[in-house]
Write a protein that binds this ligand. Structure first.
Ligand code: CA
Length: 216
């Protein structure tokens, strides 16, 4: 999953990037509204965390312009707990909002729910054969036994599971698993796929030569 965080307070931005990357997300950042809008339009993010008070272009305006082109899920960060702001946020096409200051665990839970909703998964648990993926608790079991995945492996598995039955290209995977700050090596995907197969069974992820990967 690849996220965009648009936030101009350096400390908060740094904290958010660190926490979300630790969860295995690829995270891009923007420190003002114009840069945020540019990135939001040029990359297909799985979700965007958007601060309301931003230089150059505020969060409302960014959201309004984004919504003319894209339906990327957006979690707004509002400064005040005023009902007018909440109504405005939801009216403008925000999918959820959080009032500052917020708890990091709550932000992470809301983001997981947002990504799940956009994938039209009502339930957080995805069952594929004997593999059970709990996207809320971020745990995986195989035939009832826990499987331990790294954060990145989990995100890759979740992405493939969300597209079950479809071929996911390597380009798609690169775009959703790695962010702008990372030097990606072309064999990194192969390493993750190799490890997932080792943990979930060699047949679990099928390679479609020249196309990509698929969970059937
Ligand atoms: Ca701000």
């Amino acid at each position: 999953m690849r996220l965009l965080v648009v936030e101009d307070e350096p400390d908060l931005l740094t904290g958010l990037l660190r926490a979300l990357r630790k969860d295995g997300y690829a995270v891009d950042s923007a420190a003002d509204g114009e840069e945020g809008l540019h990135k939001a339009l040029s990359t297909d993010y799985d979700a965007i965390v958007l601060d309301v008070m931003l230089p150059l272009l505020d969060g409302w305006e960014l959201l309004a312009r984004l919504r003319k082109k894209k339906s990327t899920p957006v979690l707004m960060l509002t400064a005040r707990d005023r009902s007018a702001d909440r109504v405005r946020g939801l009216d403008s096409g925000a999918d959820d909002y959080l009032v500052k200051p917020f708890d990091l665990p709550e932000l992470r839970a809301r983001l997981r729910a947002l990504i799940r909703r956009s994938a039209q998964q009502a339930r957080p648990v995805v069952q594929i054969g004997d593999v059970c993926i709990d996207t809320a608790a971020r745990t995986v079991t195989r035939a009832g036994a826990p499987v331990f995945l790294t954060a990145r492996e989990f995100v890759m598995l979740e992405y493939l599971a969300r597209h079950q039955g479809e071929v996911v290209t390597r380009t798609d995977l690169y775009e959703h698993l790695f962010d702008e700050s990372e030097e990606t090596q072309s064999n990194l995907l192969d390493v993750h796929v190799f490890n997932l197969r080792k943990k979930l069974g060699t047949e679990f992820i099928v390679t479609r030569r020249g196309h990509g990967y698929c969970i059937e």
